[in-house]
Design a protein around this ligand. Structure first.
Ligand code: PLP
Length: 364
């Protein structure tokens, strides 16, 4: 909660809430960063002061997320959206196929880019059910010899999330984790690559986090423009060209905040509690509020629902807005309501939302 005339509860889907202590620290350090007499934005990216910020963010990420030795962390630009193209450019070689699981808008965008560059196919889809569920991990159709299988671990727009991940053996598993990265501990060793735009769970927009197994870098297609090769960024410690220095600084500070909170175990528990407050308001409403996702596929990061009565829904959204709740409208092409309860959204905000939901139902 930031200091404004009226308290604001930020449920934005992305960019989204940042921890207020991190913003305060950034403010304190803004004009004189660690004795340099200038802001972190004005430092050379080749200076030792910046290098420390950069390496500190990488180390914190590796430690907090328990990333094994044979993986590297890269900070790239272009958002998760550029990864949709870089992945097939680097890994989908001539004569190979790649499997894509279609669980929503972002998953489909990744698939579309791969079609421009090679021969991908759908390993499973939730389209028929309007993306209300995550396909069963035992029903995924892919073949040994595929270049990779691509999944979207959390579907920001539909509010569904993978509970567990398939063991894909020799087929590299690649995941877009833009909207649930570091919201809980996971077994990194199941993945060949994980990527995420930072602006949902990790920091401001402008930085894309890539966690990649080193053998993937080695076997990538060499005929790719230099800046679009993972190997380029790997060899240069993500300093091939000017990185988004301020964003990486903020990311490092958000990771420091996660550390102070007690790490991913603690966050995971809190994220569960937060989502439960809102799901309970839906489930105990006798159909007044209707959840979009099937209960076993529900996301702990994006809670999607509508009101059974469309007129009341307009009224609810208006009253929520009046009450200082920001970002409750559903995605522009889907409608309804959505509350994004990422890492930095405090429990109090979720409590407040569940309370106005219950009160609104009573009044109407
Ligand atoms: C927000 C989002 C994206 C798009 O990220 P950009 O950084 O804006 O390119 C991709 N995938 C998922 C799952 C998202 O939530």
């Amino acid at each position: 909660m930031k200091q404004t005339i009226q308290p604001v509860y930020n449920f934005n889907a992305g960019p989204s809430a940042l921890p207020s202590s991190v913003l305060e620290k950034a403010q304190q350090e803004l004009l004189n960063f660690r004795g340099t007499g200038m802001s972190v934005m004005e430092l050379s990216h080749r200076s030792s002061t910046y290098e420390e910020v950069h390496n500190n963010a990488i180390t914190r990420l590796k430690t907090l997320f328990s990333i094994p030795e044979n993986y590297e962390v890269l900070f790239l630009q272009g958002g998760a959206s550029l990864q949709f193209s870089m992945i097939p450019m680097n890994f989908l070689q001539k004569g190979q196929k790649a499997a894509y699981v279609n669980t929503g808008v972002w998953a489909e965008k990744a698939f579309t880019e791969a079609k421009l560059l090679g021969d991908p196919y759908e390993a499973a889809s939730s389209k028929e059910g309007n993306h209300r569920f995550i396909p069963n991990i035992n029903d995924l159709q892919y073949n040994q010899g595929d270049a990779y299988i691509h999944i979207t671990s959390n579907n920001t727009i539909y509010g569904t999330q993978w509970r567990d991940f398939p063991d894909t053996g020799d087929v590299p598993l690649i995941a877009d984790m833009s909207s649930d990265i570091m919201s809980k501990p996971i077994d990194i060793s199941k993945f060949a690559m994980i990527y995420a735009g930072a602006q949902k769970n990790l920091g401001p927009s402008g930085v894309t986090v890539v966690i990649i197994r080193k053998d993937m870098i080695e076997k990538a297609n060499p005929n790719v423009p230099t800046i679009l090769k993972y190997s380029t960024h790997y060899k240069n410690n993500s300093l091939f060209n000017t990185p988004p220095t301020f964003g990486i600084y903020m990311l490092g500070e958000v990771l420091g905040w996660i550390e102070e909170k007690g790490g991913l175990q603690t966050l995971a528990k809190q994220n569960e509690e937060k989502a439960k407050l809102i799901y309970d308001a839906i489930d105990e409403s006798n159909g007044f509020y209707v959840g979009h996702a099937e209960p076993e596929s529900r996301s702990l990061m994006n809670i999607t629902f509508k009101l059974a009565d469309q007129e009341l829904e307009k009224k609810f959204l208006e009253e929520a807005k009046q009450g200082g709740f920001v970002g409750i409208n559903g995605y522009r092409t889907v409608g309804g309501c959505r509350a994004s309860t990422y890492n930095a959204v405090p429990v109090e905000a979720c409590k407040a939302l569940s309370e106005i939901m219950i009160q609104f139902q009573k009044n109407n």
